[in-house]
Write a protein that binds this ligand. Structure first.
Ligand code: FES
Length: 79
């Protein structure tokens, strides 16, 4: 099942599959999410989902049960 994933602030939407990793989806969209450890401990890859949840992209994947989701990349360079 595919999910439409929208990345802000660039406003780029791509189709992704449930279970696909967020970093892969961002890559496919041409959106750059900074990463460091890739293990969920450094928080370099932190992004915000439309419901206000803060997640770490490197340990997150596309959830089942929704048709679309919006991912907000923090533009604050101190993150
Ligand atoms: S890259 Fe370190 S928490 Fe994701």
């Amino acid at each position: 099942m595919s999910v439409r994933v929208r990345f802000l602030p660039d406003d780029i939407t791509v189709n992704a599959e449930v279970g696909e990793s967020l970093l892969d989806v961002a890559d496919k969209a041409g959106v750059f999410i900074p990463t460091g450890c890739l293990m969920g401990s450094c928080h370099a890859c932190t992004v915000e989902v439309e419901d206000g949840n803060i997640i770490r992209a490197c340990i997150s994947s596309i959830p089942a049960g929704r048709k679309e989701m919006t991912i907000n990349l923090f533009s604050d360079p101190t993150w």
